[in-house]
Design a protein. Structure first.
Length: 442
């Protein structure tokens, strides 16, 4: 149960990160590791840069989201060192490290240039691997390797099982996100535009756009059929029908990934949303240690096909809907993915620490997770169906024409689609639904 605050769990998290990283280094024949936060990315021929996003392997060690140029040096058996970069630049406010809390776990060296950073590191880096940007200066630093693939692969794999600290961060990101969703829904019901709804979400989360874990998908009406809809229209629709809001919030670098679909005064669509909500909870019940995620995906295909048959969108039987491929025209994405420091977190297809890939089901190239669930995994569960013109249009005269009731499609396409997405932390004997828990407490 994620009741403890992240702060009280950080020390144990860092010890576990050190243990897993030391094992990866030993297997790959290195003695130390440097994790680089990243550097600001310049706009072309400009003095501005893109919003800074710290590299996830660095964030795994230090919840420092806005410290470009900083690094963590890890030498197994020693306290990690945080080389904290403070720019000497009067145009910007110099970065300041928070005092106490997690910083007390590190030796801290403040530096003002890359040359100073090099001096702060051990003179001999011949057995040290670097994870981060391949900076031109590195050629003169005497490093053993820059981004060695075997270390990267092992670190990705090691990030699969979240520590209690990470689960507490994800639980908090869910609480903040649930607050945002509540405000967004109220804005939708008041007739807000996509842009208004986005602003309501971000304001309730208290997060600037670049602090959110991904670009919110704020889709009114038929825009809900675009899986990663990226527009925020400013105009209010003449008639709202539906909102598909896929939006998450961040906490200490960890993001929630939450989708809710809301009907606007249409009882039939509201009933379909309620049916999808029940279907989603039924799929959540399957999420427990040992279950192959591909089986959950196939169960989702089966249950969504069944719902589409029941509501008269698909005219053939469920088995034919699946075998012919017509069901996947309405549900063309995976049932979920790993979640953590990245929204589509790393390691979802990795067979074991040695590498190797667990294949995707042949009909499901979009599935991002093929592993058996383990306690500590955090995954999304996000079934849906959509009326996607690009997929359905060619079928009006295509091989599936007779399997689809086009009058039902034409009645429902103004709603775009339905997706319900929660974040589940896998426990020893089942799962903890961080999203439903967050909504219940908001
Ligand atoms: N928000 C992107 C996704 O659900 O995977
Ligand atoms: Mn999502
Ligand atoms: Mn997702």
């Amino acid at each position: 149960m994620p009741q403890s605050t992240p702060g009280s769990l950080f020390s144990a998290h860092l010890a576990e990160v050190a243990r897993r990283s030391a094992a990866a280094l030993e297997k790959c024949g290195f003695e130390a590791l440097i994790l680089h936060a990243g550097e600001p990315l310049d706009l072309f021929r400009d003095d501005q840069h893109y919003p800074f996003k710290a590299h996830p392997p660095f964030k795994w060690w230090a919840p420092l989201l806005d410290a470009p140029g900083s690094m963590v040096l890890f030498q197994p058996g020693r306290r990690p060192t945080l080389i904290f970069h403070v720019a000497t630049d009067f145009w910007y406010l110099p970065n300041r490290l928070p005092e106490g809390g997690w910083t007390s776990e590190f030796e801290i060296i403040e530096v003002h240039s890359r040359a100073e950073a090099r001096s702060a590191l051990p003179a001999d880096l011949a057995r040290t691997a670097w994870i981060g940007d391949p900076l031109p200066e590195l050629l003169g630093w005497g490093l053993a390797s820059i981004n060695p693939p075997d270390v990267l692969r092992r670190l990705d794999y090691a990030r699969g099982c979240k520590t209690p600290y990470e689960i507490a961060c994800l639980a908090e990101a869910n609480r903040i996100g649930a607050r945002g969703h509540r405000a967004a829904e109220a804005c939708f019901r008041a007739g807000g535009s996509e842009y208004d709804i986005h602003q309501a979400f971000a304001a309730a989360c208290g997060q600037r756009e670049h602090e959110l874990p991904y670009n919110s998908i704020v889709a009114l009406n038929e825009a809900g059929s675009v899986l990663h809809y990226q527009i925020l229209r400013r105009d209010r629709p003449a008639q709202p029908h539906s909102l598909l809001l896929d939006a998450g919030a961040s906490h200490r670098g960890y993001g929630s990934d939450i989708t809710r679909t809301t009907a606007y005064e249409d009882a039939e669509f509201a009933a379909l949303v309620a049916a999808m909500d029940r279907l989603q909870l039924g799929l959540c019940d399957l999420a427990k240690p040992g279950t192959d995620w591909r089986e959950i995906h196939l169960a989702a295909v089966q249950r969504i096909a069944s719902l589409l048959c029941e509501c008269g969108v698909i005219r053939c039987g469920v088995e034919e809907a699946i075998e012919s491929g017509v069901a996947r025209l309405f549900f063309p994405h995976g049932i979920g993915h790993m979640l953590g420091l990245q929204v589509h977190d790393v390691g979802g297809l990795v067979a074991d620490a040695e590498g190797g890939t667990l294949p995707k089901p042949p009909l499901d190239p979009a599935l991002r997770l093929t592993r058996r669930l383990e306690p500590g995994f955090v995954v999304t569960m996000e079934p849906g169906f959509y009326f996607i013109d690009a997929l359905l249009g060619p079928q009006r005269q295509g091989p599936h024409a007779a399997r689809i009731d086009w009058s039902r499609v034409d009645r429902l396409r103004k709603f775009g689609g339905i997706r319900i997405e929660d974040n589940l932390a896998i426990t020893a004997d089942g799962h903890d639904n961080l999203t439903r828990r967050a909504f219940a407490s908001t």
